[in-house]
Design a binder for this molecule. Structure first.
Ligand code: MRU
Length: 369
């Protein structure tokens, strides 16, 4: 039986409703975000999290910010959209989907600025719903492309949570797993617990178990041993931002998993929609890494686990160099190295270099399967 994934984000009767992911796995509860501050805090505190999901929540967050705008002129409305977008974008810096979705909302407002306030509001609502619906479809396509990489009986190791909870659909990294399972093939998942905030243990394990998928939880520091024992066939993770050269920012610990996969000859795949690619940056060096509060490390397990006033370093993400990534699974197909060329070719339909398109185009297409 295929269990429908949970709806992480809902726009219901003009209100934004989300699963409070900080309460999982013990409680599946929903909260309303009725002010733009509520939305900002929900994103900052990881009540809603995962790159695509925070983009979707922020797009609805713009609508929330306009709730009491009756009587505003078109110019005032556009100003409010700009203000809300800048504010919401400041909640988390690494996942490019957040800025991407907000930019779409801003672009609609500016394009419509000569229209009536009612028309602007209608167009903004349509855009937020579209961002949500598009993500659902992208996840499905990622799942279908990625499922081709999973042979029946395979075990997939994943890190953090890139499932339904992190998106508007069936997830990115977990989408190929869900599709494989729905097709009646056997697939097992090893979920890294993902310290410090345990998205793997709290969310991935919960989602997969709920869907009836065979999942085994390990602590992060067990991955090497599990790989050495031959218990992992492939790794699939999500991404928060992918640079033009294929460097991947994802949850802290992903880089280590990629190094381990390389050392054990295990393919390392990254699944992400085109909204997670940032072709304006040449490499992962330019990706801002979110630093989070020390308490997440010293009190992450609900009680103090380190001495008082201990120095803590808590980067929420790391960057996996492109050379460790076997392939990128996108809604447009599977992209293989050399990424600088193939990413631009697949996502933009053109080479990134200034050279004219030539017969190389056919070779470029060969890199997409
Ligand atoms: O801090 P989080 O929980 O938002 O981090 C999430 C991740 O790193 C995911 O792997 C990534 O956003 C992809 S979600 C489809």
């Amino acid at each position: 039986m295929v269990v429908a994934p949970p709806d992480t984000i809902m726009w219901k009767n003009g209100r934004l409703k989300i699963i409070d992911q900080t309460k999982l796995p013990t409680k599946l509860s929903y909260i309303y975000c009725d002010t733009v501050e509520d939305v900002w805090h929900a994103i900052k505190q990881l009540k809603v999290r995962g790159a695509p999901a925070i983009g979707i929540a922020a797009a609805f967050g713009v609508l929330v910010a306009l709730r009491n705008s009756r009587g505003s002129t078109s110019e005032e409305l556009v100003g409010k959209v700009d203000k809300a977008a800048s504010y919401l974008a400041s909640a988390r810096p690494t996942a490019v989907n957040l800025a991407w979705a907000l930019e779409r909302m801003r672009a609609v407002a500016h394009r419509m600025k000569k229209q009536t306030p009612t028309n602007i509001m209608t167009a903004l609502k349509k855009e937020a719903l579209l961002i949500h619906e598009e993500d659902r479809l992208l996840c499905r396509k990622i799942g279908e492309h990625g499922a081709r990489l999973i042979r029946s009986g395979s075990t997939v190791l994943t890190h953090c949570n890139a499932g339904a909870l992190a998106t508007g659909g069936i997830g990115t990294a977990l989408a190929p797993v869900f599709v494989t399972h729905a097709r009646g093939k056997r697939v097992r998942v090893v979920a890294d617990e993902t310290r410090p905030l345990l998205q793997g243990a709290r969310l991935t394990a919960w989602e997969l178990k709920r869907a009836g998928i065979d999942v085994t939880l390990i602590c992060d520091n067990m991955a090497a041993q599990v790989m050495r024992e031959g218990k992992v066939d492939l790794v699939i993770t999500g991404a928060d931002r992918i640079a033009a050269n294929g460097d991947v920012a994802n949850k802290i610990g992903t880089y280590g998993v990629a190094v381990l996969a390389k050392a054990h000859g295990i393919p390392f795949y990254v699944a992400a929609p085109s909204s997670t690619f940032d072709l304006s940056i040449r490499s992962g060096k330019e990706i801002p890494i979110e630093q989070r509060h020390p308490d997440e490390v010293t009190e992450g397990l609900g009680r103090r686990t380190a001495p008082d006033r201990i120095a803590v370093y808590n980067p929420a993400f790391d960057v996996t160099p492109a050379r460790l990534v076997t392939a990128l699974i996108t809604e447009k197909g599977i992209i293989r190295p050399p990424y600088r060329r193939t990413i631009a070719a697949v996502l933009c339909g053109r080479p990134r270099s200034k050279k004219k398109a030539t017969s190389n185009d056919s070779r470029r297409r060969e890199k997409v399967s």
